[in-house]
Write a protein that binds this ligand. Structure first.
Ligand code: GUN
Length: 296
């Protein structure tokens, strides 16, 4: 079987266009412009690239973007004071604190100081609990993007066997909750899982989110399975820098029914879902109906 390629770049562009339409409607009919505040502490080069890209796309869909760049040695007190200000600013509907934070800052404390209704990352402990109990929450962007692509490809996911490889709080655990919410039978596999190849071979859906380049070979993939590759790993091959996923794309594409490439798969969906979450937060804050197809 030769896999259908799930084009995340095109899908993300469609999601952003949907968000932009809804934002235009909100402005025209309600006089409201959604606003996203992004906080960056320090000068980590990768984080700077992400933050710039988020700001650019926020403006492109017609939202207000508020960027707060703080010194690497900013105190916890000053960072918490800024978050408190953003929590109380009615023009700000979404708050994202870019991770990782410098070592002297307590990440859990900082994330849990964000108003859960503005927590567009879905990392606040209240949102984690709401998702885990099947209640309305803010959902982490990367797993939400994966879910949207799976629903688009399959329609219903009910009854499918899904394996999530990786148990991070940002991707693995929320992904498993979302798949369970869509009535999959879900296994979370990790570095201590016994017989990982056999576990993966049983799956109709494989979500790989471990951060290890090409660790899932094609012969682990069940014929016709759908493979969602969350990994973005920089490697050097033949003297060149290359981006590869957690799945060995070439061999997996020979067995899978559908597969996301790297780059151009899950990656672009993350920012699109951040914008979708900001729109959702804005609608909820104003007691307006939520945008259809953009939430879990
Ligand atoms: N750093 C890498 N990915 C993310 C993300 O999804 N959200 C935040 N806040 N920081 C990140």
């Amino acid at each position: 079987m030769v896999a259908q390629v799930i084009d995340g770049k095109a899908f993300a562009a469609k999601v952003r266009a949907q968000v932009a339409d809804q934002v235009a409607k909100l402005k025209e009919e309600n006089g409201i412009t959604p606003g996203l505040a992004v906080v960056l502490v320090g000068e980590d080069p990768a984080s700077q690239v992400y933050v710039r890209s988020k700001g650019k796309m926020t403006v492109e869909v017609g939202m207000n973007s508020y960027e707060h760049k703080l010194d690497v040695d900013t105190s916890e007190e000053d960072l918490l004071a800024l978050i408190d200000k953003l929590n109380n600013d009615p023009a700000v509907h979404g708050i994202l604190v870019q991770l990782p934070l410098p070592k002297h800052l307590n990440e859990d404390l900082v994330i849990n100081s964000i108003d859960p209704s503005k927590d567009v990352d879905g990392f606040h402990i209240s949102n984690v609990g709401l998702l885990g109990t099947g209640q309305k929450s803010m959902v982490p962007c990367t797993p939400l993007g994966c879910l949207m692509m799976l629903r688009d490809h399959h329609g219903s996911l009910s009854g499918m066997d899904a394996v999530v490889i990786g148990r991070s709080n940002i991707v693995g655990k929320p992904m498993a909750q979302l798949l369970l919410g869509d009535s999959c039978t879900v296994t979370i596999a990790h570095s201590r899982t016994k017989d990982l190849p056999d576990v993966v071979r049983r799956a109709d859906i494989v979500v790989a989110a471990v951060g290890r380049p090409e660790m899932v070979p094609g012969d682990w993939i069940k014929e016709g399975a759908t493979v969602i590759d969350v990994g973005i790993n920089r490697i050097e091959r033949d003297g060149k820098n290359k981006l590869v996923g957690d799945v060995d794309y070439a061999s997996a594409a020979e067995r899978a029914g559908a597969i996301t490439p790297v780059p151009g798969g899950v990656g672009p969906m993350t920012i699109a879902c951040l914008l979708a979450n900001t729109l959702t937060a804005c609608c909820r804050a104003n007691s307006l109906p939520e945008p259809e197809g953009l939430t879990a």
